[in-house]
Design a protein around this ligand. Structure first.
Ligand SMILES: Nc1nc2c(ncn2[C@@H]2O[C@H](COP(=O)(O)OP(=O)(O)O)[C@@H](O)[C@H]2O)c(=O)[nH]1
Ligand SMILES: [Mg+2]
Length: 446
């Protein structure tokens, strides 16, 4: 997971100060030393780190007193607020032009993820905002680039505008805009060419496209894995073109996170989206506050809930909740729920969003074993209807039969039965706890 090292170190530092009833200047100093090292190690820009430490130290020492928090907690609150501010403060929105189409120009180095992100963005605009985007193939230099965008367009069933590779990008942009107007499409996403390095010709051409297309947004697509380089790239693109936002891609990889934490301060350009995979739905709006919370191990429950809401059938969730209340939850329901949770993405990522999950014994460095989950599925599928409805009837010979049928062992079946009972107990406790409280969307999480 991205940010792992940084998150670990910061969380260790925070743990030391959390419970303190008194925080001396020496405590703050010691803590800041550790925070500074953690940030530098995560490849955060040197100057950014220096400013950050200065701001946090000032605020932490002259702490405003809040009755509800211990001094230790107050310091952590300051760190979180400043970390949020560092990454951009309030979440920024995507532009909507008063005279459609809204034009988004995608720029960046070769291989950063421009073409993929163009597709993802079009997908998001349609799915979440109900917009009609047009993808424009303006990278005429790489022979496969146009084809790549067309393939994405086909996958998404999204229109792609192309004039081949013998017409200039400026002309392609001009004609694409006319086309979008005629067709009443409301977003135009221009996928431009990149180079391996920033060069004059590239910039000039992009300036020309900008002059003619008058984009409402110019998004720089940068690969988070490139660390400090990403920051330098962002700086020069911003100076030449005036960016409105950054899309940080490949955050699903093992990046140390330095780029995410430096780009905003160095370029004054907000990160608007993050790419979290190669698939076309792996693009998320960037929320600095949630990211700060995730890094500090406070979890990202909001994203988790949103994921649940968009991937879990609300009707079914309600049904399940009802079943749990009345303790009529069966293995069939369990199987279905397992499927729904899997739809939400890799379990490791989901666990990462739970508060304190990093610090939980047994959960730390948990490698969610997909094989084990498949075993669970196989076991349940090998049960008879009666067994699924009433696990109590399970005896030795039934267990043996199921083990054979699912290619697992009796031990595994025993473990699952125990987990299932524990889960039911826990669910009962939870529903008792929340009884009487206002009923909202509740996701019965495994
Ligand atoms: N893991 C991962 N791969 C990505 C992401 N975004 C793009 N890629 C991959 O990066 C490679 C280059 O992407 P492409 O869109 O062709 O880059 P372009 O040259 O800037 O247009 C492709 O293999 C993409 O699948 C991301 O968020 N995560
Ligand atoms: Mg491309």
């Amino acid at each position: 997971m991205a940010f792992e090292g940084l998150a670990d170190r910061l969380q260790n530092t925070m743990a030391k100060i959390r419970g303190k009833g008194k925080v001396s200047e020496a405590d703050v100093k010691e803590m800041m030393r550790e925070v500074r090292l953690a940030l530098l190690e995560a490849d955060v820009n040197f100057k950014v780190v220096k400013d950050f430490i200065k701001r946090v130290s000032e605020r932490a020492v002259g702490q405003e007193v809040m009755k509800s928090l211990t001094p230790g907690q107050q310091v952590i609150k300051v760190v979180k607020e400043e970390l949020t501010e560092l990454m951009g403060g309030e979440q920024s929105k995507i532009a909507v032009s008063t005279r459609p189409p809204t034009v988004i120009m995608m720029v960046g180095l070769q291989g950063a993820g421009k073409t993929t992100t163009s597709g993802k963005l079009a997908n998001l605009l349609r799915k979440k905002y109900n917009r009609k985007p047009l993808l424009v193939a303006a990278d005429i230099y790489r022979p496969a680039a146009i084809k790549q965008l067309q393939t994405l367009g086909k996958q998404l069933d999204m229109p792609v505008f192309s004039l081949g590779d013998e017409v200039s990008p400026v002309e392609i942009a001009t004609k694409a805009l006319e086309h979008a107007k005629e067709e009443h499409l409301d977003y135009v996403i221009i996928d431009t060419a990149g180079r391996l390095h920033i060069d004059e010709t590239l910039m000039e051409e992009l300036e020309q496209v900008k002059a003619i297309a008058k984009p409402d947004e110019i998004f720089l697509v940068v690969d988070a894995m490139t660390g400090q380089d990403a920051v330098n790239v962002a700086k020069s693109f911003n100076e030449q073109l005036g960016l409105t936002g950054v899309v940080l891609t490949k955050l699903d990889g093992d990046t140390r996170g330095g780029a995410a934490l430096s780009i905003r301060s160095v370029t004054e350009t907000p990160i608007k989206f993050v790419g979290l995979g190669e698939k076309l739905d792996a693009l998320e709006a960037f929320h600095p506050e949630r990211m700060a919370s995730r890094i500090l191990g406070m979890g990202d429950v909001l994203t988790l809930i949103e994921k649940a809401q968009s991937n879990v059938d609300a009707e079914k969730a309600k049904e399940l909740e009802q079943k749990m209340r009345t303790a009529s939850f069966t293995f069939d329901d369990f199987l279905e729920q397992l499927g729904q949770v899997r739809n939400m993405g890799p379990l490791e990522d989901l666990l990462g969003m739970l508060p304190g999950a990093n610090k939980m014994k047994g959960l730390k460095n948990v490698q969610v074993d997909e094989k084990q989950i498949s075993h669970v599925e196989a076991i349940i599928r090998s049960m008879t209807k009666a067994e699924k409805q009433n696990p109590e009837i399970m005896n030795a010979s039934r267990k043996k039969r199921i083990a054979k049928g699912s290619g697992t062992s009796v031990q595994e079946i025993n473990r699952l039965l125990k987990q299932f009972e524990d889960m039911k107990k826990m669910m009962k406790q939870m529903t008792n706890m929340t009884k009487g409280k206002k009923k909202g969307f509740k996701f019965p999480f495994m």
